[in-house]
Design a protein around this ligand. Sequence first.
Ligand code: K7E
Ligand code: CUA
Length: 674
Amino acid sequence: MTECNKNNNFNSNLIILLMKNKLIKATLIFSIVTFFGACKPKTTADAISGNAAQKVYVAPGEHDEFYSFTSGGFSGQVAVYGIPSGRLLKVLPVFSQDPETGYGYGEDTKPMLNTSHGFVPWGDQHHLAVSQTDGEYDGRWLFANENNTPRVARLDLTTFTTDEIIEIPNSAGNHSSPFVTDNNEYVVAGTRFSVPFEDEDGDIPISTYADNFSGAITFIKVDPQSGRMAIDFQLKTPPVNYDLSRTGKGASSGWFFFSTYNTEKAHTLLEVNASQNDKDFILALNWKKIAEMVKEGKGRKVKADYAHNVYDHNTHSATSTILNEVHVLDIEDLEGVAYYIPCPKSPHGADVDPSGEYIVGSGKLASLIPVFSFSKMMKAIEDKKFDGDYDGIPVLNYEAVLHGEVQKPGLGPLHTEFDANGNAYTSFFVSSEVVKWNVKTLEVVDRQPTYYSTGHLTVAGGNTKKPYGKYLVAWNKITKDRYLPTGPELAQSAQLFDISGEKMELLLDFPTIGEPHYAQIVPASLIVDKQKRIYDINANNHKYVVKNENDTRVERSGNRVDVYMTLIRTHITPDNIEGIRMGDEVYFHITNLEQDWDLPHGFAVMGNNNSEVLILPGETRTMKWVPTKVGIIPMYCTDFCSALHQEMQGYIRVSPAGSNTPLRYGTGDNAPKE
Ligand code: K7E
Ligand code: CUA
């Protein structure tokens, strides 16, 4: 054991002692850890071996072996990194407006951010799930959750675009989400906050929580061809909070395991009041049976408003529809499909190993990791080994379903992923480390400190039936001294480990955007061959497309002006426009006529109050502009598209309201003359 690990253990033991005092709070634990200081190697060489640099070096012109799709947390976006280099490849706009592309600013993408609360231009993005076929990544879609205004997005991995967003009604804090079943039948979302359902009177005292609030678990059906999402049904549950969860696989295929906390049903000061019970639950659900019950007509329609937003790559436009009804089943009314497994101390994660036999619980305040056995669970259900019930749902006997406990693994276990060799890797927030242990023997095999306080960790394919192993990334919550300081706010941090050997080896630190929560690490080979390079201009069905320069025009109707515009290297048509007046609303409908890969043009107008838009080859974008000053207003291409990019510019003449400057426009010989 290194000095470093001894220190960590000393801290852990001390904290465990303190935890026996029931009054201790999570914040206090955190201060203690901060006080002792997280473990730090004396020199970089202590932690990094000589060949680490070689292992992460991706030579110029070479490609990374894996993509890492990483949550952007409160940035609302998803970042794509290459692994092992840690290079940032792209930030994908999902739940937040993106001035770089115009997503959520331009007229055709604004509907993507519509909700039942109106336009919500920001989101808190935590978890990601790559679509699966037979329990393995198929590389088709990426699902992303939004925590704050409950939503689930689907991104297409041929275009790396957000193609669909569905709002989750009767939920608040869509944190336990999204989880895909092993053949993409469903994307599943559990609520963080329990709340009164929308069809009930919500104008009630908060102190009536236990009687009037409910939890919700939502099953979103995914069309196997198009990927289109639709809420199939919702389960109404006792008012607990749901956290990270996993679908079963292999042996446990057809089941779902949800971690819960706040079985105390607290509605205030949760840090104390929701940490009273020695054990919370993992909710085991037979989702296949429940889906059959829904088909047979069980449940009822309930009023609830939620938005369904779809982006269409033929019209290059999004639509938003507000739906008004969901199918709801009360979990208490369902027999033989829902059971509680007791799990110590406010579980944050419930993870299922590649075989599907072992279910790992991770209590945020626990000092051990319980591992449950699916076959024992089935046996216990058969033998009715229940310890009473919780709100009508049978509670299984802890010992009867327990495979065993990992003793003294560290402190504050959060999340667990797996490799292909029977090992589990658990992140420890409080003791700031990643711990490798054997799923069958429950013995700790290795531990490595992290810098600092890891939240999630991701193993390549680590949540599937066939993990790729090889790399693990720890997504850290605290950065402190790892990078050049940048004022009060520091970059968030990720750490890459080589896990191909018995011991984990730290290879690389790299900064991330927003706050990284979970990520999916996917072999590039699953994705690269399916890439779309351009949009076929002939298939462009945008409402305002113009496919050649002769059709470009400017039309006035009252105070609305429509500019049908084209861009091609290296001019704008029309690039001189006169006759725009104060009080007008101008809509630029801009088509990029290019049909070459990697040739976007951008478009910007001085003083415009939203953003530029980026238009990809063959695409059309509509941008709104309301002139604010009389005079000459420049416009130009924002993306350096050729040697004469800087020449790709034009002018708009804005006249006072009511003026009779004629509407004239053109480019070159066709430009309006005096
Ligand atoms: Cu950061 Cu998954 Cu939101 Cu755990 S969660 S750490
Ligand atoms: Cu087009 Cu720069």
